[in-house]
Design a protein around this ligand. Sequence first.
Ligand code: AMP
Length: 373
Amino acid sequence: MRALLTLNTGSSSIKFRLFGLGADLPFLLGGKVTDIGGNAVFQVHEEEHSRDETHILPTGTTHESALSYVLDWLLSHQDGWTLDAAAHRIVHGGERYRAPVRLDAEAMRYLQSLCPLAPLHQPHNLAAIDALAKLHTNLPQYGCFDTAFHTGHDALRIAYALPESARAHGVRRYGFHGLSYAWIAHCLRCDYPALSQARVVAAHLGNGASLCAMRDGKSIDTTMGMTALDGLPMGTRCGSIDAGATIYMQRKMGLTVDALEQLLYNESGLKGLSGISNDARTLSESSDPRARFALDYFVWKCTQHIAAMAATLGGIDALVFTGGIGENNAGIRAQITQGLSFLPIFENLVVPANEERGMALEIYETFGKELTR
Ligand code: AMP
């Protein structure tokens, strides 16, 4: 069987999954390398033999050596399948990419130019593509974009209230977490066909967090903007903030642009508010009032923004939770729905995130013919 490798590369992790290239996209195996740059660990789960392996990787493991380890492991454990292609999760596709694309030098140049718009993710996403191209020269590689699901937004949702001189520079809203939302739209179509036509607010609540207003399975509005910093507060990102406050911090605190970027992306959100952790589970288990304060803030902002998404849709028929917090933290879900109890009754669902299968589906639907020829 021909197989597709999906890769989701972050600042300190690489998550991989292998799917058979057939109509039902059988899951063959999956795993991850975590704590790259620290005490890197490789873990894999093989579905067929229900086998799990964990290997400690040498100190000094880089993204490239971790990827090389993954590839070596895969190619030495081929079991009735051949590796035929790889698909990468890429956070920003800019104005150009509205669908998955075969990655070539020109595509990479364009995607590199978007790195300042997603400094936490894009450079790692692209480095994995370069590394894989060196390790497996002829392997076709594809990009799936977190911005793509939102590309049908009308002009009203895209704009910032800035003068044309700024908008002409491409200052506009995009939206992210699109692979997660596309997967939810797919699951609704399969499992809740009546809801898939309805007014749905999807809440991706994890270390990154955003909302998507969907109608007829399409994105109408979303909380993230030009960058993945906007909207809800997150693990370490601030979410929406008065732009004037950022100007004030630069002047008053003497922050350079890089220092401000570090503060807003890596030191804020749950971590900044609590001074304890970016991790919602750790905060939920803590008796420290600062932890409670950070979680109360998160719940309030989620509630407020969901109501805003409902306003975009002219009502809400279903609220769908996904992501690590959305799937596992029933307390936070209950507080959010309680805060929305002034709205007419709507359905509450949890759909587990599966961006990897969503990517495999996108690639199979778009490039299946050329891949299985
Ligand atoms: P994600 O970025 O989707 O992996 O989500 C990470 C967030 O989900 C962290 O804040 C975790 O604390 C939270 N989370 C993950 N698993 C659980 C769990 N079983 N119970 C409560 N929170 C969880």
